[in-house]
Write a protein that binds this ligand. Sequence first.
Ligand code: MG
Length: 247
Amino acid sequence: MSRPLLMAACLLAAAPALAAPKGDPARDPATTEAWTPEPAIVATPPGGAPSDAIVLFDGKDTSAWEAEQGGPVPWTVADGAMTVVPGSKGIRTREKFCDIQLHVEWRSPTETKGFEGQDRGNSGIFLQELYELQVLDSYHNPTYANGQAGSIYKQAMPLANASRPPGEWQTYDVIWKAPRFSPGGGLISPARITVLHNGVLVQNDTVVSGKTEYIGAPSYAPHDCAPLYLQEHASKVSYRNIWVRKL
Ligand code: MG
């Protein structure tokens, strides 16, 4: 390095560092950093429920549930699954829920001969006991699209048919926003639902039109937080690994 250049380099090195633009929103990156509150730590064991979830069914214990008509769960529990007993009616959680994240695993029966359309592997997950996310064997089993697996029954068809063959376990991951009602009972905001079926988005922040109806148009009537309900629809559908996180 020549002597003049060396002198310039030494002068630069000795100069005080340029003042950091602290607090200047146009130049200080720290002005857009949020450090508090720190998000809660949630452990996520592979294949298990998150550490802050309420486990509703772990493969053995049905104590979080009761029969639709009251009393113990009338479905069978074996091999880590709970299976519908046709004719026994549905089951509901003892606890009530409003806004939730829900994980459910379900399996439709392999016995399909003679069971077509809505009669094949039919069950359902009713949010707040009123709004059905359909459970159906929709693997090569045509039916009305707003009644197949992943539909909001008779309201919203799924965005895709992500069904696995009967006998294979399937997953639903649900984000449910409960409807809001005014003190006078008027509807402030309808329910909204997002559903992933086997990891595929099938309901994308869908607006729910009201209580599930078999016949006629859905409508709302005011209600509070309410149980989850699993439907008995004469099919031996099985469930396992059910957990919920209150939002
Ligand atoms: Mg159903």
